[in-house]
Design a protein around this ligand. Sequence first.
Ligand SMILES: Cc1cc2nc3c(=O)[nH]c(=O)nc-3n(C[C@H](O)[C@H](O)[C@H](O)COP(=O)(O)OP(=O)(O)OC[C@H]3O[C@@H](n4cnc5c(N)ncnc54)[C@H](O)[C@@H]3O)c2cc1C
Ligand code: SF4
Length: 504
Amino acid sequence: MPENDTDVAAHWLFGDQLGPHFLTAGPDGPHRDTPLLMVESRGVFRRRRFHRAKAHLVLSAMRHRAAELGDRVTYVRADGYVEGVREAVGDAPLTVHHPTSRAALKLVRARPSTRVLPARGFLVGHDAFREWAARSGSGQLRQETFYRWVRGNHDLLMDGAEPAGGRWNLDHDNREPAPRGAADLGVPAPYRPREDDIDTEVRADLDRWEREGTVEFLGEDGPRRFPATRREALSALRRFLEVRLPTFGTYEDAVLAADPVMSHSLLSSSLNLGLLDPAECVEGAEAEYRAGRAPLNSVEGFVRQIAGWREYVWQLYWHFGPEHRKANVLRAHGEVPSWWEELDSGAVTANCLSHVLDDVRATGWTHHIPRLMILGSYALQRGWDPAEVTDWFHRAFVDGYDWVMVPNVVGMSQFADGGRMTTKPYTSGGAYLNRMTDFCGDCRFKPTVRVGDDACPFTAGYWAFLHRHRTRFEHNPRMAQAVRGLGRLSDLDALLEQERDRAD
Ligand SMILES: Cc1cc2nc3c(=O)[nH]c(=O)nc-3n(C[C@H](O)[C@H](O)[C@H](O)COP(=O)(O)OP(=O)(O)OC[C@H]3O[C@@H](n4cnc5c(N)ncnc54)[C@H](O)[C@@H]3O)c2cc1C
Ligand code: SF4
């Protein structure tokens, strides 16, 4: 363990620690003159099949950061992290900020003379969370309670001890379906970056690796749609706050086929790469509210996503421990089919699913409702193995990292932990999707039909799911009524047979 800064050969920056806040000096940070080390591991891409746009984004962001840091950084391209670090500094002492995955933490802890500094890139420290969790008792750690605690502690959208506007939660105002008949929300387009020579070099490397047959990817790569530098990320944040935040709230849960982004911020990849600090995002949003430029429902909705959901998910990843990833209380063992793995939207008849898979193939991104209520809900209804589903989400999304995928997929979307994060499974029939999306009008199926050629796979899938788990859910106060509804289905046997045979 290095005793003091003069012993340290380098401070190691992981590929998701790219913003200036990872280099702020102080007792919990690297010395301002300490040399820096970055390791680009090709083994990461060899081991798993990632979306190519994600591989491009991560490599582009790392190489851009190395170019900015100039002589201060040693940038190593290696087969793995251990080899890369050894090549650069041998066994010399290092510092590193707490990495974001359990595997990376194990790796840095196993290395001799490595001092792990506290995590950065989040509003709440691990110690503060542990104290809060201990105070909260042994029951479920509710996101809403956590969120209010974060708001109060960080004086975020607060008027003294009270929430701004008198209410903590404006979710009720944020569940409107998209305006009827509108193809898009009509809001100014989000910021999109322009590629440069580093992107050209990254693309050439990815092409070569694929040609050599050492690495395989999913989906399409390009043009790059998400920020790879701090400057680009700040431009994206500014544009969102100035022209898109005002309409963020109302239609947050709506989905339009021709407007996949709507008023969402597209900031997740920048936050998760460490290019943006969450504090500057939520404080920027609050400033728009205080200046009267953005309504409270939008600002509170956005602050809740970051100070509530993102922080909560980060903390639960560590709090629930390594077993959470393996949770499978619904005993779902179905395999993820090849058309899903290949993002083969053309093989899918359901219009909603086909569109969303197509968006993932083209961009590696969709907003939270397609993730939760279309992709996740479909996988849940079909009984696919939650660990496989988690792995797929991790690889297919540009913003997917271990810490964010495990709680979101295992806990939120697949209910595989039996309700440690949510009080009921997030799944629905076609009626919900018909209300909140514009997919059903052009679909071969009908959301109201559950049996026969026109049967909507979500409507039929919902009933088949409830039937499979009726014993578990009949005593759940939020599910009991739905389970009782099974008794009124005269065509249940035919429905179950139909869903057993469904191919997509
Ligand atoms: C099944 C499933 C998988 C998901 N996987 C990821 C993932 O791998 N990476 C990821 O960053 N988000 C994930 N999310 C959360 C959320 O869907 C994305 O953060 C969001 O869609 C990204 O788009 P945006 O930046 O436009 O978000 P906005 O709608 O503009 O929200 C603002 C920000 O809030 C944060 N946020 C909101 N909800 C969550 C959440 N549940 N967990 C973490 N951060 C949140 C993100 O940083 C996001 O940028 C997942 C959600 C579900 C249901
Ligand atoms: S009818 Fe069903 S399958 Fe078709 S778009 Fe609507 S919800 Fe999706």
